[in-house]
Ligand binder design. Structure first.
Ligand code: CTP
Length: 404
């Protein structure tokens, strides 16, 4: 994922320095070339040797080191980097950069680089909320520097609140965002994912085998490409992608309400959720008992067809549906494309090996409103997500050209 990318990992001093070690491991595993710069105080927490061993490169600590200065070390690092990630970024470091102070190797290099810079602050909650810190962060954001928010929890200083460094996995995901072409910037994408559950009684429900993996991949990749993403998700065991607004629902009716709440402000809607078409007519307040009857009859009533309703109100929004079928794939997908007034439908035969629920790959066909069809080979769900977003942007571009 990061093959050939040169990342400068700037580490300033705080208890969270140990998490930067794990972050470095993730970068190396993904194929990046990483150069670590440590401030003096960072070296109080973890020795440079740890970072040096894991990165395979000397750790840079001194502004005027004659050996490193052979090629003017700080300038050469600044020039060669594809990206700077400062994790953890202390209040002191952010304050210095915001004020134009360049008095050590890290601050000098940050000021000298034209590469994107991501600050990942970690500090005491009161420091994070202090108006001086807030103003420094806002000032840097206005200059185009990127920030991740710390997460809430019990802080090393004993306080509870916002200030913890996000998990290395979340910082890694945000890093990918900065390195991808931001071709979805300005778009707001609403993605639905996972199954719905229709409750029968307090211990039972009707549902389906959807894992949510495809929808989560779309949400993640759209975010990485610069879109604002709202993920409305049924129950899944997946971790929501970093930087995505998540709305959790259980039933089809809840999914319907959530989608209708967000629809107004979005430009693209991708309905990958496997919505239950029916729900039990009545939910028993108590666990249904076996009783004497041999057969139990459950009456079901129809759920709203969310996608069909969106098709009626979509206006200029791009609307994408999914058709997971077990037979007559193309006929069914074509019918849904037309009946639900979609711009594009993603069809897959869930019985095919390497496609469908739970697996990490998919084999899909795209059917477009203008009659075009395209079959993709077996791809990872992330690759399918990228291909889908590419096609959506093409449809948008064609529509723009048509309107002009
Ligand atoms: N969908 C929806 N609301 C429903 C049912 C389906 O929004 N109540 C959406 C799904 O999210 C998917 C598309 O419609 O994008 C197709 O779903 P699918 O279950 O394959 O089709 P159905 O419309 O239910 O048709 P059928 O029962 O004939 O398969």
């Amino acid at each position: 994922m990061l093959k050939g990318k040169k990342i400068v990992l700037g580490v300033s001093g705080g208890i969270a320095v140990y998490k930067a070690v794990e972050l470095l491991r993730l970068y190396i595993k993904a194929g990046a070339e990483v150069h670590v710069i440590m401030t003096k105080s960072a070296q109080q927490f973890v020795t440079p040797l740890t970072f040096q061993t894991l990165s395979g490169n000397p750790v840079h600590t001194e502004l005027f080191d004659l050996f490193q200065e052979k090629e003017i070390g700080h300038i050469s690092l600044a020039d060669r980097a594809d990206l700077f990630v400062i994790a953890p970024a202390t209040a002191n470091l952010v304050g210095k950069v915001a004020s134009g102070v360049a008095d050590d190797l890290l601050t000098t290099t940050i000021m000298a680089t034209k590469a994107p810079v991501l600050f990942v602050p970690a500090m005491n909650v009161n420091m994070w909320e202090n108006p001086i810190y807030r103003a420094n962060e806002e000032r840097l954001k206005a200059f185009g520097y990127r920030f991740m928010e710390p997460v809430s929890g019990l802080l090393a200083c004993g306080w509870e609140g916002k200030g913890k460094l996000p998990d290395p996995e979340a910082i890694f995901a945000e890093t990918l965002t900065l390195l991808r072409p931001q071709d979805m910037e300005g778009e707001t994408v609403l993605v639905t994912a996972g199954p719905t559950r229709e409750e029968l009684d307090p211990v039972r429900y009707l549902s389906n085998y959807s894992s949510g993996k495809m929808g989560y991949a779309i949400a993640r990749v759209a975010r990485q490409r610069g879109a604002k993403v709202i993920l409305v998700t049924g129950p899944t065991s997946l971790c929501p992608p970093a930087g995505v607004d998540v709305c959790r629902v259980t039933s089809a009716q809840q999914m319907h309400s959530a989608v209708m709440k967000y629809v107004e402000g979005v430009s693209i809607i991708i309905k990958s959720a496997a919505v239950a078409d029916y729900r039990p007519q009545a939910r028993s307040q108590e666990k249904i008992k076996k009783g004497d009857v041999g057969n139990l009859v459950i009456h079901l009533e129809k759920n709203p067809d969310i996608l069909a309703e969106l098709g009626r109100i979509k206006g200029r929004k791009i609307l994408v549906g999914f058709a997971a079928e077990t037979c007559d794939l193309l006929e069914n997908a074509e019918r849904k494309l037309k009946e639900k007034n979609l711009d594009l439908i993603v069809a897959n035969d869930v019985t095919e090996k390497g496609a469908g629920f739970e697996v990490d790959t998919n084999i899909v066909r795209f059917l477009f409103a203008d009659g075009r069809q395209e079959k993709l080979p077996q791809l990872s769900k992330d690759e399918v997500a990228h291909a889908l977003l590419d096609r959506i942007l093409q449809v948008k571009k064609a529509e723009k050209g048509f309107q002009a």
